[in-house]
Write a protein that binds this ligand. Sequence first.
Ligand SMILES: Cc1cc2nc3c(=O)[nH]c(=O)nc-3n(C[C@H](O)[C@H](O)[C@H](O)COP(=O)(O)OP(=O)(O)OC[C@H]3O[C@@H](n4cnc5c(N)ncnc54)[C@H](O)[C@@H]3O)c2cc1C
Ligand code: SF4
Length: 582
Amino acid sequence: MRQTYDAIIVGSGACGGWAAMELTKAGFKVLMLEAGSRVEPARDFHHTFLYQMEYRGQGKPGLLRRYSGSERNYRIMIDNEENPYTTSPETVYRWGRSRCLGGRTLHWARATDRMADYEFKAASRDGYGMDWAVTYADMKPYYDRVESFIGVSGAVEGLPQFPDGPFLPPMPLNCAEAIFTAACKSLGWRSTHRRLSQLTRAHNGRPPCHYCGNCVNGCDVGAMFNPIAVTLPPALATGSLEIRTDSVVARVRMSSENRAQGVTYIERYTTKSVDVDAKYVVLAASTLENTRLLLLSARGGLANSSGTLGHYMMDQVGGGGVSGILPKLRGGPSRLDDGKAGGITIPNFQNIDKGTERKDFIRGYVMNATGGQTEYPQFAERLPGYGSEWKKEVKSRYVAQARVWNAGAEMLARKENFVELDPEVKDRWGIPVLKIHFAHSDNDHKLIEDFQQRAEELFRKAGGEVMPTARVAPAGFPGGPGSPDAGPTRGRSNEPASGAAAARQRRPLGGSIHEVGTARMSVSPKDGVLNSFCQTHDIPNLYVFGGNAFPSTGDKHPTLTMMALTARGCDHLLEIAKGKTV
Ligand SMILES: Cc1cc2nc3c(=O)[nH]c(=O)nc-3n(C[C@H](O)[C@H](O)[C@H](O)COP(=O)(O)OP(=O)(O)OC[C@H]3O[C@@H](n4cnc5c(N)ncnc54)[C@H](O)[C@@H]3O)c2cc1C
Ligand code: SF4
């Protein structure tokens, strides 16, 4: 007789970790299945300078194609050879993934923003797409709950388009950020400290950040949010959580009563197939992997009576930006600017109400700006000259670096952007992989064009001097076009996606690692896969946590909203389990 759990959670990332904590604290016996291996922060996350690395951070030839990431953090990224995916010929999309206990927030950029009411009701405002099945008022208690637990530093601003939370003190601004803040003021734009789930003081038994700047390679002390430091320890402390790593879930199994009975997983190294059963099945394997599992679990897709499964894939639109120097800071003393990953953020100020409506595009974007000294003067390779004069020039500009980047522009949800199972290609375990069909609309391009003009305006107002076009990292990856999160953190370039001129041309837009949609929430089962609690409309004991439920992207970083939806969904699941609701 097989052991039955109260719940199986597939995936140990931000959403899986949160669900494990909520459900075990409520007395559930939970089995978590994670496709990747265990990670021990104290053992695995080292502070290594570029000059100490064999390939100076660039990685052994071929290595970084196999593991997207950097020479420092590739171990916590996915092995692309084991886990391929395919795209249609017109698609330009790089899918940034991790396979390890804890998932992608082990090395994320920590930006933690609430969506505002105008984003949940975007369709009612401008007539495009579908409203969310929740409002800001529904989400507020869950935003409060998640932020209070994980710890988010930020400043209270009282802006309706950028709702505040119970913040820890913000990180102080550095010189470049103070200059950009003054420039925003003179342009009449509101700006604030970036809101980061990075502790500025001790919180819930975790130490404050010591500003070592290693975040995107993993934090060894637990000062930034990730499941290993924050949600899995309390879940494990209940004694009700069993974690099986290196367990690749292949499908959800159904009972004859239209209920999920459990899942089948494959042991990563032995390739043995194992069936496990539970009263509830929670998919939290990240947005597109969740959808892949639903597609793998029934002909035409599980829980797909609406026919929308796989469709309306979105990612925030990335691209553009300006980099250069702030001459006021030239030749100043050396400072640890990239130890503090921060910057300022300029909340969207267009299309947020009647008074800010644009005629030429709908929706909007958030801008970020920062600057200062970085571990490596990446710009030096583009600076003409040689010898000691050149070195002096590099040194004098080194502390004055500055950039404005796109933190996330809202991509429109379109049915023709979708994922399906590739009929031919399989992963290392013989499981069909996803084929991605993904293209940007005119509106997406217009947003970036508008952003580019504003970015240049801000840079000029700050007195900035633009640098020649940067060497560009791959789209959708840190420092590359579309990376909204490329913060001034060690181990990645402090350059923007490109210089100003490059972004003015229309060019392929990159993914932003903020993929959402493909199993959207809807009030009516005929319009979407999930209800407002992320429970599938069709199968009452099957929940999907991640970005799947998003009917639109909004202009904010998505992970806090994914976690708040998870918290809300867990409350609902527990009420059903107690027989309080159906
Ligand atoms: C470099 C980088 C910077 C980012 N910065 C930000 C930011 O500043 N702000 C923000 O809001 N978001 C940011 N993001 C996005 C953020 O990391 C994701 O939105 C978030 O991690 C999603 O959480 P998740 O739990 O849905 O998925 P993940 O964190 O991806 O976790 C999913 C887990 O499921 C496991 N899994 C997958 N398939 C299977 C399977 N078949 N069986 C078992 N387990 C499986 C994976 O191994 C993984 O551990 C960033 C992402 C990256 C890569
Ligand atoms: S800067 Fe702070 S959060 Fe980032 S790795 Fe260092 S201690 Fe951790």
